[in-house]
Design a protein around this ligand. Structure first.
Ligand SMILES: [Zn+2]
Length: 217
């Protein structure tokens, strides 16, 4: 259950067709076409990149934590993990990973979870659910389109009693995860603004997002 499969990428950032830095706390939505490769770099270390994935042409088909966990028999994601949709199709597959531990269960922070987990005064704080909402609305989608998400670089061990714990990340500056799109997809990221738990080392930091064209290998 805890195997980490660390594989480096052969792709050179200089040949990417898209390369941008997403500041801490910001949201993002972008198409990744079939055969293209997408990389998220944890620039400063211990940052949680909350991620949703959709069929680009039909947002009712989307990443499903349940189907992904079921198909691989593992709650964590790493190299070789197939990211499966609610219709049982592969959306993307992780092809390189230098961190080796990505959470499928922790979900995204929200105004509601901020006050339940931390304090009533934290309700106003910026949260991933709001960033997901803003990104989805910019493409004409709505609240019902927010679904289960991946927390790249986030370390959420399950205890022997079956509880989830939010632990210090095991990622470091420069670690990355890379995935190839096996259908045309839309990727939505909330670069988590959470200040109240160690998923971001209490200090949210930027991530770098790169895409390579389908014919690069
Ligand atoms: Zn968050």
């Amino acid at each position: 259950m805890s195997e980490r499969t660390l594989i480096k990428s052969k792709l050179d950032a200089a040949t990417a067709i898209h390369d941008e830095v997403l500041p801490a706390g910001e949201g993002w939505i972008h198409a990744v076409k079939k055969g293209e490769t997408f990389r998220i770099v944890d620039l400063d270390g211990n940052q949680a990149a909350d991620t949703l994935i959709y069929n680009l042409h039909d947002f009712s088909e989307r990443y499903s934590a349940l189907d992904t966990i079921n198909s691989q028999g593992n709650i964590y994601l790493t190299t070789g993990s197939s990211l499966v949709s609610n219709l049982g199709n592969e959306l993307m597959r992780i092809t390189a990973d230098t961190c080796g531990r990505h959470d499928t269960l922790g979900g995204a922070c929200a105004a509601e979870s901020n006050q339940v987990r931390y304090a009533i005064e934290k309700r106003y704080m910026h949260n991933c659910r709001a960033s997901f909402m803003a990104a989805l609305m910019s493409w004409g989608h709505e609240k019902r389109d927010i679904t289960s998400n991946i927390n790249f670089f986030m370390n959420v061990p399950v205890t022997p009693e079956g509880k989830l714990t939010f632990e210090d990340g095991i990622s470091e500056a420069g670690k990355y995860v890379e995935m190839v799109a096996t259908m045309d997809v839309a990727v939505v990221i909330s670069n988590c603004p959470q200040l109240n738990n160690p998923c971001n080392a209490y200090n949210p930091t930027p991530v770098r997002l790169l895409i390579w064209g389908a014919h690069v290998s």
